[in-house]
Design a binder for this molecule. Structure first.
Ligand SMILES: Cc1cc2nc3c(=O)[nH]c(=O)nc-3n(C[C@H](O)[C@H](O)[C@H](O)COP(=O)(O)OP(=O)(O)OC[C@H]3O[C@@H](n4cnc5c(N)ncnc54)[C@H](O)[C@@H]3O)c2cc1C
Length: 381
């Protein structure tokens, strides 16, 4: 039986463990966080990501915990006036919603429960310190001194992947000049739709993540990559986003403590091909981290897993399979990264005089942009 060691139990690693187990591949999952718990903010998955979740067999668990949207996305100005609305598609709306908002920890729980149920050998609080592609096997040396002999090693250890560094040397993720602010709130009954508020050089999104919670995600220009005072994060978030009124005002006013406010410098990673060296491969954010403006990073990680698992199960030459896998994914992940970056740059660089033209463009072109992006996502190329 083929044996694979996965390093990292995030969206990419956990979903790959499930997909491989379903193909009767033997899996060891090594995760450095002893508690295996991601940050407390929200995430949304669009229909292409949800189709992958369905293929993994965990869509019901995700729908139980998250908030399924009919795909409506309402654009407002910073003061809360209506600009337009767009509709995100699903190819199979009876089974797969166009968007689901969910707490990250709930998405993780849905994946982790399935990993455990399938009997994956999970090693928490450990990492792979080094590995050696030796003869017919890869030897992974874990941080507790133990060794695992396997057929292939997959680095799913995120944008700062240590497996990538051991394979290809140090690569620093590219800082984009933007930062994101995220916070989770009690959901007022009247907010039952995804909202995007368009400021000048700033965006603020509101998305329900369960029946009683929503999260705010906002982008600001942060060219100097500042380090903020962690004891004042709630105040700084309120100050930075003070121009957002309408449905955002009461939520921002309710930010009373720094706990639960998450600031992240927005970065990208574009690992050149090949994504493997021999039988060691990088997937997920370690290979293709994109900015969050299209909400597609998690979906790309999920796609990696469901496409890669059957290829591993059928492979008689894992090194060749890994090289072909990277080549097959590179163009799509680069496309998503470029579109997402363009959306972020366009939003971040606009001036007050650009706002009318931007709003008009959203009204006349917004739906066509959504439709053409998702036509490509659903085409699978
Ligand atoms: C602000 C923001 C908002 C986003 N919003 C969305 C969204 O709405 N929708 C969406 O689809 N995507 C979104 N993304 C992108 C998404 O979060 C990532 O693409 C996704 O989490 C990538 O999954 P991953 O498993 O590759 O990496 P990660 O999620 O980073 O997981 C890596 C895992 O590896 C573990 N690890 C790290 N190093 C080691 C090591 N040395 N040894 C063992 N384990 C290790 C970590 O603890 C972690 O569990 C967003 C990203 C950001 C920054």
């Amino acid at each position: 039986m083929t044996k694979i060691v996965i390093v990292g139990g995030g969206i990419a690693g956990a979903s790959l463990a499930i997909a491989l187990k379903r193909q009767s591949v033997d899996v060891v999952l090594v995760e450095k966080d002893p508690h295996w718990t991601p940050s407390s903010s929200g995430i949304f998955l669009y229909a292409n990501g949800l189709e992958s979740v369905r293929t993994l067999g965990v869509l019901d668990a995700v729908l139980e915990r998250g908030w399924a949207s009919d795909g409506r996305n309402v654009y407002l100005t910073a003061d809360g006036s209506f600009i337009t609305e767009t509709h995100y598609p699903s190819r199979d709306p009876a089974h797969v919603p166009p968007i689901v908002g969910i707490k990250r920890s709930d998405l993780h729980r849905a994946l982790a429960d399935e990993v455990q149920r399938l009997g994956v050998d999970i090693k928490l609080g450990l990492t792979v310190d080094s590995f050696e592609d030796r003869g017919p096997q890869v030897i992974a040396r874990l941080s507790d001194g133990s060794e695992i002999a396997c057929d292939g090693l997959i680095g799913a250890d995120g944008i700062r992947s240590s497996i990538r560094e051991q394979l290809f040397g140090k690569m620093t993720p590219e800082f984009t000049g933007f930062g994101t602010w995220r916070s989770v709130h009690k959901k007022p009954k009247e907010i039952d739709v995804k909202i995007m508020m368009m400021g000048v050089g700033k965006r603020l999104g509101i998305m329900p993540i369960s029946d009683d919670q929503l999260y705010i995600f906002a982008t600001t220009n942060e060219p100097s990559k500042p380090l903020y005072d962690t004891t004042r994060m709630h105040e700084i978030m309120r100050e930075k986003l003070a121009e957002f009124k309408g449905p955002a005002a009461a939520l921002l006013d309710g930010l009373m403590s720094p706990e639960g406010v998450l600031y992240t410098a927005v970065e990208e990673m574009a690992l050149p091909l090949p994504w493997n060296k021999g039988r060691v491969l990088i997937i997920g954010d370690g290979a293709h981290a994109c900015t969050p403006y299209m909400g597609q990073g998690g979906a790309m990680a999920l796609e990696d897993s469901i496409l890669l698992a059957p290829q591993i199960a059928a492979s008689s030459d894992l090194a060749a399979t890994f090289t072909a896998f990277g080549a097959s994914r590179h163009e799509r992940c680069s496309f998503v990264r470029k579109v997402s970056r363009q959306v972020g740059d366009a939003g971040g660089k606009e001036l007050p005089d650009d706002v009318d033209a931007r709003n008009k463009r959203l009204q006349t072109q917004g739906q066509a942009d959504v439709d053409s992006f998702y036509a490509r996502m659903f085409a699978g190329t």
